[in-house]
Ligand binder design. Sequence first.
Ligand code: T46
Length: 138
Amino acid sequence: MNLSRILEIDILGDDRGNLSVIENQVHVPFEVKRVFYIYSTKQGVCRGFHAHYKTRQALISVSGSCKVFLDNTIRTDEVLLDAPNKVLILEPNDWHEMYDFSEDCVLLVLASELYDSKDYIRDYNKFLEVYSKKTQEV
Ligand code: T46
């Protein structure tokens, strides 16, 4: 079973400021088919609350910060995304919840698949049913 992980990408800085780069299958371990970003999140709001069947994702807080709770049926984790060079790779089997968004948070998400509402597992018991079995097979 794949596990979520944090990657740190290079900061290419000079006297003008910083630049970071993400290339397909180089800095993220999948082909990027879709990009979206979450911003102007209201205070106290939590988002996510799902896993996926197929989609892999890379989450980067390019401005501000937020936290991500992860549960892959074997372990849970809380990750603080607070730097534009910190990339959280989410595997399909990662149940995830995002919260504690700062007012200026812009959460950039790179996804391995085009949008398909059928790829979402929004019921936690269904998530356990799908992925606990796979965990036992590992
Ligand atoms: C995820 C986390 C990190 C689309 O029409 N196309 C899209 O590509 C996306 C991502 C969303 N939508 C629509 C579906 C909903 O009507 O936008 C609305 C909000 O999406 P959702 O409630 O799924 O947003 P989050 O923040 O709970 O989850 C999103 C992604 O959907 C999801 O894949 O892993 O960010």
